[in-house]
Ligand binder design. Structure first.
Ligand code: GTP
Length: 235
């Protein structure tokens, strides 16, 4: 295995599946099967979930809502997704802990770094909720931050496409896939795989990012073994 401790970034949209909103049982089921396989392989797994399937902070703000309030709603949305993910994993017998960046102790644990690491050492899947706890920061930035804090070796960014393309492969037939990209090229070319704050944080700390389609069975296990799938973002 190439990676022992990983951070899996799941977008809210990924959880929504075909419906495009809310949480789809089948998708949750599939993701938790894959995560279960990882845990059985001995990989320590942390997850950051987005909330875009329920509320997008930026979209709310563009419709005239106060950005901070809108982002707060987005953070709460990630807690809903984290609880759904936790439930799905625990139904499969995977031990999990949800840790929130915003205190809501009746619902989940507060985020305490050393405690998160202890959970991971005990092979519990740690799901980080509520982003970074701050407005104006995306859940991709939360993923970059937490991955660095817990000393993960890589961020797996799960998407619906099989890597990073020079243009949207859903719209353009001639879109070309990159096997490997430098952080600086992602920034310079304005490639929208993660926002610039998240990419910069990864670049400054040499946190590897692998972008791949996690809805293809077994992809995540391949990624953990270091097989060339999707697109790798490196120094
Ligand atoms: P160890 O100390 O390694 O045994 O970890 P642990 O998480 O099992 O210990 P603890 O006794 O702290 O937690 C037991 C259960 O309570 C776990 O399911 C935790 O997720 C949960 N828990 C712990 N702290 C909180 C909290 O602040 N809020 C909520 N809602 N649950 C918590």
């Amino acid at each position: 295995m190439k990676y022992k401790r990983i951070l899996l970034k799941l977008s809210g949209e990924a959880l929504a599946g075909e419906a495009g909103y809310g949480v789809t049982h089948d998708v949750l089921n599939q993701i938790s099967e894959e995560v279960k396989d990882l845990v059985e392989m001995g990989v320590e797994v942390a997850i950051v979930v987005g909330g875009g399937n329920i509320h997008r902070g930026v979209a709310g703000a563009t419709r005239g809502m106060d950005r901070t309030s809108s982002d707060h709603m987005g953070m709460l949305a990630t807690v809903i997704n984290a609880l759904a993910m936790q439930d799905s994993l625990e139904q499969k017998g995977v031990f999990t802990r949800v840790m929130s960046a915003i205190d809501m102790q009746e619902i989940c644990e507060p985020y305490i770094r050393r405690r998160a690491e202890r959970h991971l050492e005990k092979k519990r899947v740690v799901i980080f909720a509520a982003g970074t706890g701050n407005p104006y920061f995306t859940t991709d930035t939360a993923a970059a931050l937490r991955a660095n804090e817990i000393d993960a070796q890589v961020i797996f960014k799960a998407t619906k496409v099989d890597g990073i393309y020079d243009k949207d492969p859903m719209k353009y037939d001639d879109a070309v896939k990159f096997d490997q990209l430098k952080y600086i090229d992602v920034l310079n070319k304005g490639i929208k795989v993660m926002d610039s704050a998240a990419i910069s944080l990864c670049m400054d700390n040499e946190m590897e990012i692998v972008v791949f389609n996690m809805f293809e069975n077994g992809n995540i296990a391949k990624a953990v073994r270091g097989e060339a799938i999707g697109t790798k973002v490196i120094k």
